[in-house]
Write a protein that binds this ligand. Structure first.
Ligand SMILES: CC(C)(COP(=O)(O)OP(=O)(O)OC[C@H]1O[C@@H](n2cnc3c(N)ncnc32)[C@H](O)[C@@H]1OP(=O)(O)O)[C@@H](O)C(=O)NCCC(=O)NCCS
Length: 143
């Protein structure tokens, strides 16, 4: 996951953080494998104060596997497995068209509603990170 995050140009957490996710948050993470090689991952967790929500922290798919629905499959698999989750949350930069299309598609495919709120603003970040509006998908159904 650390290698993929770097390859995908995502905010790179420490390698130790990914190990913690892989061990302690495995139920809410996914790894996609193609020909024996990891090509995509999702880091998610259930916020302790909103335990029926699933927060997607990072999703990345390597160049060679993009555009084939890999990211969508990982998100659907999480929702298929975590049947008591009723809200899916993520924050996505305004300019990230692929990621926005991804979540819109998942919402559409499950008949859910997608709504945006302010999320994390640029001023909240200590560095020059752009703002990350928050999306919430609600009212989705099992497939
Ligand atoms: C976002 C990302 C994970 C999507 O992975 P993927 O496996 O290619 O996604 P899917 O094949 O499931 O496609 C999802 C949607 O994105 C669209 N899409 C893919 N690349 C796109 C692009 N460059 N611009 C606009 N839309 C794009 C697809 O057309 C599809 O939408 P549609 O079904 O309405 O046509 C991948 O592009 C990626 O890793 N990007 C870099 C890391 C990143 O930005 N992660 C998200 C941070 S929140």
């Amino acid at each position: 996951m650390w290698t993929l995050a770097r390859e995908c140009g995502l905010d790179l957490n420490s390698s130790y953080a990914y190990l913690m996710y892989a061990s302690d948050f495995a139920q809410t993470c996914r790894l996609a494998v193609l020909d024996g090689e990891p090509v995509g991952y999702v880091l998610g967790y259930r916020p302790p104060e909103r335990s029926s929500h699933l927060f997607i922290w990072q999703v990345g798919v390597s160049d060679r596997a993009r555009g084939r629905g890999v990211a969508g499959r990982m998100l659907h698999d999480l929702l298929d497995t975590l049947t008591d989750v009723d809200v899916l949350e993520a924050t996505v930069e305004e300019t990230n068209a692929a990621s926005r299309a991804l979540f819109a598609r998942v919402a559409r495919e499950r008949g859910g509603d997608l709504a945006w709120t302010r999320g994390v603003t640029a001023a909240d970040f200590p560095d020059d990170h752009p703002g990350e509006p928050l999306l919430e998908i609600t009212g989705f159904r099992a497939r």
